[in-house]
Design a binder for this molecule. Structure first.
Ligand SMILES: *Cc1c(COP(=O)(O)O)cnc(C)c1O
Length: 482
């Protein structure tokens, strides 16, 4: 009894009083509020490869004052690398940090509902299904569709691949005959998912693209035919609704026709592009044809501005997702099966982040309209940037963007374009004010602008163009003097 009393006393800090909670909360707000208020001035990127090394100055073990810990976090974690909330982060696929989502997370963590199981948290599970239904309706999937909220696109990808594997009964003895089709623009999450799902030995056919980087359906059909004649098992077609490199959308209706004729599972990666479906006033080529897919990956932590940690897998026939993920055990026997799927039966996870509120709360308090507007704004800003650059001499641009990614490079009169554009990128990045990334397109070094933050507006894009021209001037000078 003495020991119990002693232990209870020792463990007391884990359960702070209302006053202590208020103090800790205020300490956190003293950091997050100035951070949010300074976003229009702060850099998008801070090159500081030593970031985090000094975390060891406060080793794990003893208790530190919260203000001291938060100061260390600000210096060692917040500062180095990409600013995950900056309106001038225009590289890779930019993420946002929606404030109401942070509040949803805060409440989710405090309430801590066990969202894996319907019987123990029916409201939490229905909330997840409501969000998923909103997404399947957005795509135009039928009533029997369903899905799962995941930690991100890659996990959703993995569950999609496993579902497609089971739907086609790909077993160990026929893995090496199973064939996967995709274009060279596909995200590497596919390769990783195939590998983790035990399908690393499947045959992969890279289908040629047209000059606009879209998969060629005729080439696809010919390749599948040839494979079937050769005794292989054509299985999975992976298309993209918004590639990372160029933001293009594959011709989904034509690809779906091939998939239907040839009996392939059609998976569409719409992690980046899917939520642009909300922009129904702008014509986006092929996006509406997402509805023909068997499975789709969306990333609310991209297109819906939710902070990192929220992906979604949507499957045209939810029972196929369940067939690949539903297992049970004696210690779960109190779980009576109802007419509603438990998330644990639709995903590799059991105990999991109660992740619905981080999307539900923003949708509740803002409605859909501001999301629609922010996404359409990104589409128009990308077209505006493309237009402005096309009016400047010397820039070579890709086609008018399908979505919000523009790729471009400068063609100098004398110098080799690759090192020149590398230098242009470096000059533009030097101050850290903007973050853009580079890629290789047709094996040529190319700069790319990706717009996806709700905080990015015309002002930022205009400032970027100004900075780009200053950087260009510098690089032209340095190349003419060397
Ligand atoms: C981000 C992304 C992925 C991977 O998703 P994560 O959420 O990063 O795991 C896959 N495909 C595309 C097109 C993406 O943009």
């Amino acid at each position: 009894m003495d020991r119990l009393a002693h232990l209870q006393k020792l463990a007391e800090p884990l359960n702070p009083s209302a006053d202590q909670r208020a103090k800790a909360r205020n300490s956190v707000l003293a950091h997050t509020e100035p951070f949010l208020e300074s976003l229009t001035q702060s850099v998008a990127f801070c090159h500081q490869p030593n970031g985090g090394l000094a975390l060891d100055s406060m080793p794990i073990g003893e208790a530190w004052p919260i203000d001291q810990a938060l100061d260390l976090l600000a210096e060692e974690v917040l500062k180095p690398g990409i600013n995950g909330a900056s309106p001038r982060h225009m590289g890779y696929i930019p993420l946002s940090s929606l404030y109401t989502s942070a509040l949803g997370d805060y409440m989710a963590a405090i309430y801590n509902k066990y969202s894996a199981m319907f019987t123990v948290a029916p409201g939490a599970v229905r909330m997840e299904h409501q969000l998923l239904r909103w997404m399947t309706d957005l795509i135009g999937f039928p009533k029997q569709a369903g899905g799962s909220l995941t930690s991100g696109g890659s996990l959703a990808y993995l569950a999609a691949i496993v579902t497609a594997r089971e739907a086609f009964a790909i077993k160990a003895q026929n893995v090496s005959k199973a064939v996967v089709y995709h274009s060279g623009e596909v995200h590497h999450a596919l390769t990783k998912a195939l590998f983790i799902a035990g399908l690393g030995e499947a045959i992969v056919r890279i289908i040629d693209c047209d000059p606009h980087h879209r998969m060629d359906p005729t080439k696809l059909a010919q390749t599948v035919d040839a494979d079937r004649r050769a005794g292989y098992l054509p299985w999975l077609l992976v298309a993209s609704a918004g590639t990372v490199n160029t933001g293009i959308i594959d011709p989904l209706a034509d690809l779906a026709q091939v998939a239907q004729d040839q009996h392939l599972w059609l998976h569409v990666d719409a992690a980046y592009g899917g939520f642009f479906l909300l922009c129904d006033t702008v014509k986006i080529p092929h996006l509406a044809d997402l509805r023909h897919a068997d499975s789709v990956v969306l990333d609310p932590h991209k297109g819906l501005f939710v902070p990192a940690g929220l992906g979604a897998l949507l499957v045209r026939d939810a029972s196929l997702l369940a067939a690949a993920h539903c297992f049970t055990a004696d210690y779960l026997q109190d779980q009576v099966a109802g007419d509603i799927y438990s998330p644990a039966d639709l995903s590799p996870e059991l105990t999991r982040h109660f992740r619905s509120p981080r999307l539900w709360l923003p949708l509740m308090v803002h409605g859909v309209a501001p999301f629609r507007a922010a996404l359409e704004e990104k589409l128009l800003l990308a077209r505006y940037f493309h237009q402005r650059l096309s009016e400047l001499p010397g820039f070579e641009l890709g086609p008018v963007p399908d979505l919000s990614i523009v790729f471009f490079r400068y063609l100098p009169a004398q110098a080799d374009p690759d090192p020149f554009n590398q230098a242009l990128h470096a000059a533009l990045m030097a101050s850290g004010r903007f973050l853009l990334s580079t890629t290789r397109i047709h094996n040529r070094l190319t700069l790319r602008l990706a717009l996806l933050s709700f905080r990015t507006h015309l002002q930022e894009v205009n400032e970027l163009i100004d900075c780009l021209l200053v950087a260009l001037e510098q690089v032209l000078n340095s190349f003419s003097t060397t």
